[in-house]
Design a protein around this ligand. Structure first.
Ligand code: SF4
Length: 247
C-alpha cells in the first residue's frame, strides 16, 4: 500500500515487499497478517502468495514487488514514509539485491524521510556494511520485552543517521535500556480484540529513561480494543518528540 497512513508517527506507507513470518511474542497479533488475509480475499494482486500456516498465513507469503520501486519518485511533496508496514525488509527471504534496490530508491529521493523498522536485527547488522546509508533513512528495531535487547545492540552498530526503537506492543517492563547511540524511542500498547494490557508504570519508566538520556520520546497510544480506545495522554500530556524536533 502506498498511501496516506493512520500511524501517528509517519505520513505515508510504502510496501516494496509484502508478507512475513512471526518471530517473537510481539508478532502474536500481527495486524499485517490479519489484513493480508482480508486483502487476499478481496482479490488484491499483491496478496495472493500464501505463507507457512505455522508462522504466516493466507496472502502473507514473502513477496517482492519490483513495480513498487517507482512509487516514491511520483511523490513530489516531501513525505515521512514508513517502509514496509506489511512486511519486514530484512526477512531472510528478501534477496540482498532487492534490499539494495530499495536503498537506492531511498537515496535517489532525498526529499522524503524513510523509517525502516525490523525485528531481524541480526541480518540487518550482517548486511549493513554492504548498503549505502543516505541521511534520509531512519533505521529502527522493535523491542517488546527485555528478551530482545540484542536487537538494540545490533542496531547500535548500523551507520544510519537516525537509529530508533519501537517498544510496541509493549509486553513487559524495559529496565536499563541501552540508549547510547539511540536517537528516538517510540512506545505504545497493543490494540485489537486480544490486546495484552500495558502497565502504565512500564511506559512511565521508558519516558523517564529517555528524559534522563535526553532521547526524544514518542508515546503512541495506550491501546485496547481499538488503537484509539485508551487515548494517548501520559500523566496529563502527550509525548510527540521526534529526532531534531521538540515535542
Ligand atoms: S515481524 Fe512485523 S510484519 Fe512480521 S510477523 Fe512480526 S509483527 Fe508481523
Amino acid at each position: 500500500m502506498a498511501d496516506k497512513s493512520a500511524i501517528e508517527w509517519t505520513e505515508a506507507t510504502w510496501n516494496p515487499t509484502t508478507g512475513c513470518d512471526r518471530v517473537s511474542a510481539g508478532c502474536d497479533h500481527c495486524y499485517a497478517l490479519t489484513l493480508a488475509k482480508r486483502l487476499k480475499a478481496m482479490g488484491n494482486p499483491k496478496y495472493q502468495n500464501d505463507g507457512d500456516p505455522r508462522t504466516s498465513g493466507p496472502g502473507f507469503g514473502v513477496t517482492v514487488h519490483p513495480d513498487a520501486l517507482a512509487i516514491p519518485y511520483t511523490w513530489k511533496r516531501p513525505r515521512v514514509v514508513f517502509v514496509n508496514s506489511m512486511s519486514d525488509l530484512f526477512h531472510a527471504r528478501v534477496p540482498m539485491d532487492f534490499i539494495r534496490e530499495v536503498f537506492d530508491v531511498m537515496a535517489e529521493t532525498p526529499h522524503h524521510t524513510y523509517q525502516v523498522l525490523t525485528k531481524r536485527a541480526h541480518r540487518l547488522t550482517r548486511i549493513a556494511e554492504k548498503l549505502e546509508w543516505p541521511t534520509n533513512v531512519w533505521m529502527g528495531v522493535s523491542v517488546e520485552s527485555p528478551h530482545h535487547y540484542d536487537r538494540i545492540h545490533d542496531l547500535a552498530k548500523v551507520p544510519a543517521a537516525v537509529r530508533f526503537l519501537s517498544c510496541e506492543p509493549l509486553l513487559a517492563e524495559l529496565p536499563d535500556l541501552p540508549l547510547e547511540g539511540i536517537d528516538w524511542v517510540i512506545a505504545g500498547g497493543e490494540s485489537g480484540f486480544q490486546a495484552r494490557p500495558v502497565d502504565p508504570e512500564w511506559i512511565r519508566d521508558i519516558r523517564d529513561q529517555c528524559v534522563r538520556a535526553r532521547t526524544p520520546f514518542f508515546f503512541k497510544q495506550w491501546g485496547g480494543t481499538t488503537s484509539k480506545s485508551g487515548g494517548r495522554e501520559l500523566d496529563g500530556r502527550t509525548w510527540n518528540q521526534m529526532p531534531g524536533l521538540a515535542g
